[in-house]
Design a protein around this ligand. Sequence first.
Ligand SMILES: [Zn+2]
Length: 378
Amino acid sequence: MAQQFNTITRDDIKKNNRVRIFKALQTSGRMSSQELSRKLDLSIPTVNKNLISMEEDQLLLSPGQRGNTGGRSSKIYEVNSKQRYAIAVAITRHHISGVAVDLSGRLTCQVRYSQVYCRQDSYFRKLGRVVDELLVTGNINRDKVLGVAIVLPALITKDGRQTYYNGVLNDDPVMECEEFSKYISFPTAFFHDTEAAAYAERSVDEDTSDFFYMMISDSLGGGVMLHNQPYVGKHNRSGEVGHIKIMENGKKCYCGGNGCLEAYCSTRVLSAICDGDLADYFQLLEEKDERALQLWEKYLNHLAHGINTIRLLFDCKVVVGGYLGQFAEKYLSQLQDKVKELDPFSDDVSYLSFCKYKNEAAATGAALMYIDEFISSI
Ligand SMILES: [Zn+2]
């Protein structure tokens, strides 16, 4: 069998240096060429050449000088954050959220509406209005927008143009991106919410390149991050742990099966005793309400079972995000104790944490994917 080798050209190396310098500035903020040279182990002429060309391309700004070494001060650089933006609109059963992220990867503005999902023209018009509102609120020039991500709790084809499973939204399996983009005058693509939320988490946890992200909200899904990139599987549905069966002849799940983890561990299980309000449920728990306490104990047992299965499969860090991650931080050790009892190999449960990125993770993660794709092409 013929063996193939990937050859790296001088142009690849030059481009790689340019991207590395840009990303270092994106992460660290302002830096001089000397600081970049030390951080990236590149020669100062190489760094300078790239900085000058990126400043000419208006990707970088030079807001001033720093230090005074041997009578010479050095010019400092930063990302021209207003040069490009990505927008994301995240759809759930009961809400629409919108975010705008700038070229430095910063969330610049966000909106959120209570709006029940329905596949009607009025709903798609609303999506268009959310995008327009973000442009106005964020004072964003239309020419600077890379695209609009439409984030769904649905399974999406690899080209981002279609859904092929819509159990959470309880709609037709196949829906076209064009239909949702009718009132959005930018390039658009569908994004899977769990994968996008995992991507946002990656942006705030530099120590971890491999982890499993459990997104536990009104529905339960997962995303696999491998070597700092989403591992999506052959059909873009890796990590769908919500449908692991944890109970024979158990509760009915929206997938049509019985006893799925989803049916026991979505946040709806908790909020059901508070008219669907998860904040109210955690308030009851805080007040040590007997009914809330009993439900929590059962819930954690099921969740620990799911987490232990993921740990056995992947042997990596597990991050619990979604609505649950926003509220349950103070109960981490209680959950860790339950997971520890199930682990056949180790007592170390430090691999388990709640998410660090708590604000509109799915929408922000999808917008960050647009921004990162642009950066890889600069
Ligand atoms: Zn299921």
